[in-house]
Design a protein around this ligand. Sequence first.
Ligand SMILES: [Zn+2]
Length: 416
Amino acid sequence: MNAHRVMADLRELAARTSTPDGAQRLAWGPVWREARDWFRGKVAEIGLRVETDSAGNNWVTLPGASDRAVIVGSHLDSVPNGGWLDGCLGVLAALEALRVHAAQADEAPVTLKLVDWADEEGARFGRSLLGSSAAAGSLKIEEVRDLTDRQGTRLVDALAENGVLLDKMLDAHRELKVIDAGAYLELHIEQGPVLESMNKPTGVVVGTFGVERHMLRFTGQAAHSGSTPIPMRRDAFLAAAQTALECREIATRHSTPGAGVVCTVGVVNVEPKIVTAVPGICEISLDQRALDAGVLSAMHGEAREASARIARQNHVAVEWKHVWRIDPRPFDPHLVRLCEEAVGEETGDAPRLPSGPLHDAAEMVPHMPVVMMFASSSNGLSHCKEEDTPEPHLETTIRAYLRLVEKTIAHVSRSA
Ligand SMILES: [Zn+2]
């Protein structure tokens, strides 16, 4: 049973690279290297070998009748005290796809390439999708040159310890462009509660959300909490709070059953932060996400308008500071259909959902057709030791993913 082999591999990897607190495969560190060494052994068992690109991404190639390639993969790195499925599920299911074809007498009609992206999590240096963004050519070297971890180790030194030269990382883009890629397929756990709430094992991912991330600074006047009558206050916190509530309304208004959007105020700083003072300054973060670029831009515009109106009503000023943004990355419609077929054949139903978290797959969207498949997450939990998927759901999802790989090979070979 193919799915059982994948689950056995996952358990073996977890046993080697976890403590009672969870997975410890922090990118560029010794446990991550051990996970990759173990993986190299698994690849050698099927007669193949691992090659590393200029950004530290690991590649395995199973040549087929055509150079046209189907790429399968995800990432082996984890956050500290992470789960046993995040990332490695996609790598080990991809390994099974190669194992099946390597054992066959006839070569596959197209080349199969497995990729284990380096440092997807960004848990140590704060930059997610490091390896895949280098391969995609979107990484800005100057933005990461001075990054350090909590111990003060510089990214550039951690990379060098692993044979990666920061200034050569973007060579990985040239190396990616040499591949005649017809598709990129990534299996991942959902990391959220949606599939579980529908009691579905497997979902078809239609794309990754675009993100607008800003800091909003409201400036009023700090004043004595006893002597200043309410109508005469310039309370920066209340203006921020009212804006946060209205942003939730905006998100609710733009959510439809098939196309939910989200927004989050995750940071609130007030000054002077004294129980007897009206807050004179309040800074909040605003993170808005949607799959549709038009919707995202409308949400963003409405939030700006609301903050300005609410600031006026509260006699305070508001200033916006851009933090980060990324466009929505919708997946390839044809591959989404193949994914629906594969999931439908295995489970009788193929729920579609967007991905709120970003994934390496998002970096591949500008360069080749992409689709992802999700396995349900128990209690919606991830990035913690409780992360899990019910065993029957895991098995079904792995089978659906292997079907998707076969369907994609057939599709890409027809268009080769
Ligand atoms: Zn992941």
